[in-house]
Design a binder for this molecule. Sequence first.
Ligand code: FAD
Ligand code: FES
Length: 284
Amino acid sequence: MTVTAPVPTRSSTVFAPRPFRVTRRRQDTRDTVTLTLASADGEPLAFAAGQFTMVYAFGVGEVPLSISGDPTRSGSLLHTVRDVGGVTHTLTQLRRGAVVGIRGPYGHGWDVADGKGGDVVLVAGGIGLAPLRPALLEILAHRGDYNRVVLLYGTRTPEDVLYGHELERWRGRFDLDVDVTVDYGPPQWRGKVGLVTGLIPRAGFDPGRTLALVCGPEAMMRHVAAALVDRGVERSRIRLSMERAMDCGVGLCGHCQLRELFVCVDGPVFGFDRVERLLWLREV
Ligand SMILES: Cc1cc2nc3c(=O)[nH]c(=O)nc-3n(C[C@H](O)[C@H](O)[C@H](O)COP(=O)(O)OP(=O)(O)OC[C@H]3O[C@@H](n4cnc5c(N)ncnc54)[C@H](O)[C@@H]3O)c2cc1C
Ligand code: FES
């Protein structure tokens, strides 16, 4: 007997958001805020590192946002939001007690466990650290299962560095290598200046047994993936989290289509071998 998965339609409940209340708002940088959300019905939202939800600012609109919380702990839902337009501006202005609608979690995540027994290198650009944070927290929760773990992080300026306190804690760990660089550093900046790709040649990992997780602006991901390939990491062991404008989030509307792939259901995380030739396609 053939069993067919139910196909969601516009009228089905996948489009009904669940109400979540803001329990904490943290201003991370000038334009970026992390919201801690709790479901109104008390039912926590389980998710895998790299998945996203559709977040509805009532009366304004709905946007896809990666989950930036810890997948190994149930409870609150965390989203780190950068103010770039109508919906994200509204979300970054929300205060404690405000209610948003949540659909999901959706999409295919990092599958971090595929890196067990080898090295893992995470390369983040700007707000790309937010979708990678759950992956790193999952690795740290099972640290003994991995060899070297390396986080390479690049932002435009020191003021754009996300999760500053947590980065300091991570830097203090003996079992995690953290390297941070900025594109433009003021005279008082004592850290590195330059693109994040510049950190790859000297980072301490064995390319032949490395899983690489990359998230950031598309141009950055192209260059990072090329630098990882140059170092000897297999294309299928390099994973990128792609962003495309989304409407339904569940494979129905076609907004997020990248040739034969739908970013919302086939991704957002893809192997570089699968999307290398699609990385140059503009959004429709
Ligand atoms: C799977 C996925 C995960 C994401 N995770 C996060 C996250 O964790 N945090 C976060 O802040 N943002 C994230 N984004 C991007 C976020 O969805 C967009 O910034 C948002 O949809 C913009 O909507 P808006 O109404 O605020 O701005 P709009 O008024 O719609 O657009 C404002 C500007 O942002 C650009 N823009 C719109 N959508 C995107 C996009 N998807 N990517 C890049 N630029 C865009 C537009 O071209 C325009 O220049 C994610 C996107 C996807 C697809
Ligand atoms: S967002 Fe509708 S198909 Fe992907």
